[in-house]
Design a protein around this ligand. Structure first.
Ligand code: CS2
Ligand code: MN
Length: 368
């Protein structure tokens, strides 16, 4: 038993990559999925959950990992209406458990999920990748944002669909008085409400770090590094309160020591996102191939840390470059992620061969 490789799939008709393709990537045992058409805050319908399970099962893939059940803004804002959305969240956890799900990834970023300034930035090798240009985002007044986006169509992020943009100004208004300490309180309130259900159902909630891991547009962002992950775990001390350790998100800040995090939080990481990123001196960053030398994140060291801590959780390659003319969702093509998997397996198998985990554990036990 070792690392369990999974692959993100956005669903039938919603992804250029098919389950047939995913099945052909060596060692992939399951999909990482979600009901992307269900709005945040709504309860997930059982028949839709089962439909995805059946599609996956027809390809001998499991649905153990969901990414994400999104958290409604009212929960992050701490509004009185949050309780009804939390009730829906609890019901969704129960249903997912019933369908066999083991891990639910979520994030607690206000308004936006990941943020980039360019989706198709050309790399030297001719491929394209997601790019973040610090000066384009920093210094933008949130209240000018809608106008800025309209003028600059390359500035784009998930959640920036026209219908959401219309609400952007009022959302920014609502967040104006929310400090990062408030956001921590709202996260604690949410976890205190959902973790007992997760525990009872055998589900681990796994928070995804903020991407990039610092505040943008004047909005607080709190899951940014080792100290904040430690604080997150202490909010509710339960094995069901866990982490999706994303090396790419955390790696955008070169001060983050991801290997140290793997060692410190080993038993609380049910799900690993492994990807590389190249950070430039001015703070800009671009997503690269998974190979260690191509970026500034020590992927070989990270896989070694998972190996050395006896990791038996789920792992997936994260974003990849767009290669060979592939038309796909930004960051979610088939080729680079499939190559990423082979790189991760290469490292994993080599470490395993040099020092099998079980043997290593025995040695530790006998030393201890
Ligand atoms: C990111 C996020 O890890 C990723 O691929 O692009 O969109 C991530 O899925 C969410 O933040 C998790 O809630
Ligand atoms: Mn990630």
């Amino acid at each position: 038993m070792g690392l369990r490789m999974v692959f993100r799939w956005f669903g039938e008709g919603n992804d250029t990559v098919s389950l047939d393709h995913i099945k052909q990537i060596p060692g992939v045992e399951g999909i990482v999925w979600a009901l992307h058409d269900v709005p945040a805050g709504d309860e997930w319908p059982m028949e839709k959950i089962i439909a995805v399970r059946d599609q996956a099962a027809a390809h001998h893939l499991h649905i153990d990992v969901v990414e994400s059940v999104n958290v409604h803004e009212d929960i992050k804002l701490g509004l009185p209406t949050r309780d009804k959305y939390i009730d829906n969240y609890v019901k969704t956890i129960e249903k997912l458990a019933q369908a066999g799900v083991k891990v639910i990834c979520y994030n607690f970023m206000p308004v936006f999920d990941w943020a980039r300034t360019e989706l198709y930035k050309r790399l030297e090798d001719g491929s394209t990748a997601l790019f973040f240009e610090k000066s384009k985002i920093h210094g933008i007044d949130p209240f000018d944002l809608v106008q800025t986006i309209n003028q600059n169509s390359s500035l784009t992020m998930p959640g920036w669909e026209p219908e959401r943009l219309a609400h952007l100004t009022s959302l920014f208004e609502a967040y104006r008085s929310v400090t990062s300490e408030d956001l921590w309180d709202h996260l604690a309130y949410f976890l205190e409400a959902v973790i007992p259900t997760a525990e009872r159902c055998g589900i681990t909630m796994a928070i995804h770090p903020d991407d990039p891991p610092w505040p943008i547009f004047g909005l607080p962002r709190i899951i940014t590094g080792q100290d904040s992950l430690r604080r997150l775990l202490s909010l509710v001390d339960s094995p069901s309160n866990g982490i999706t350790l994303c090396s790419g998100s955390l790696g955008a800040n070169p001060d983050n020591d991801i290997i140290a995090m793997i060692h410190e939080f080993a038993d609380r990481i049910p799900f690993a996102h492994i990807r590389n990123v190249r950070v430039y001196e001015n703070g800009d960053f671009i997503e690269t191939s998974h190979r260690t030398q191509d970026g500034t994140v020590d992927i070989a060291g990270i896989v070694k840390a998972y190996h050395d801590t006896g990791f038996t959780g789920y792992a997936r390659p994260d974003h990849g470059r767009h290669l060979w003319g592939e038309q796909c969702r930004p960051g979610y093509g088939l080729y680079d992620r499939a190559m990423g998997i082979m790189y991760l397996w290469g490292l994993w198998d080599a470490y395993q061969k040099l020092q099998p985990t079980a043997e290593k554990r025995d040695t530790h036990e006998s030393i201890a």
